[in-house]
Design a protein around this ligand. Structure first.
Ligand code: HEM
Length: 117
């Protein structure tokens, strides 16, 4: 199961790259309001959800520690991100504050993942 967990973690990190990459490459447009939720962001957010839940399952199956509080906070933040990206995905332009919140919450989840011990 260790290889499965490692592969899921690789996909989890690819998901971060997709979600955050979709945000970072458009940051310049935040000045003019020329920003949108692109497919990289929606697919990245969905990848985070699927791989995150699968990682919890594999860790439990392997009798590895799962910090339920930390996972609940990460899940709640991701649900917020998903709601914002999903409801705005078809818009030509998305509200800059919503767009900024998606980037900020993604970074918050990275900080929580790495620094919450
Ligand atoms: C935007 C959302 C998310 C981001 C940016 C994120 C980020 C990360 C990062 C950077 C790691 C590697 C560092 C570590 O091992 O702690 C990680 C691991 C992990 N994440 Fe996430 N995560 C997100 C959402 C989720 C969700 C929603 C879940 C569960 C429902 C989840 C479950 C896990 C688990 C279980 C690990 C540990 C994997 C292992 O080492 O076995 N993540 N996450």
């Amino acid at each position: 199961m260790d290889v499965v967990r490692q592969l899921l973690l690789v996909l989890h990190i690819i998901g971060i790259g997709s979600l955050l990459g979709g945000f970072l490459t458009q940051m310049k447009g935040m000045k003019t309001g020329d920003v949108r939720i692109n497919p990289a962001m929606t697919h990245g957010a969905l990848t985070m959800l699927v791989t995150g839940i699968a990682l919890v399952g594999v860790r439990q199956a392997d009798d590895l520690d799962v910090d339920n509080t930390k996972i609940s906070v990460k899940l709640a933040i991701l649900i917020g991100i998903l709601l914002m990206v999903w409801t705005n995905r078809a818009k030509e332009r998305v509200d800059v504050q919503i767009f900024g919140a998606v980037g900020l919450l993604t970074v918050a989840n990275i900080v929580i993942a790495v620094m919450w011990t």
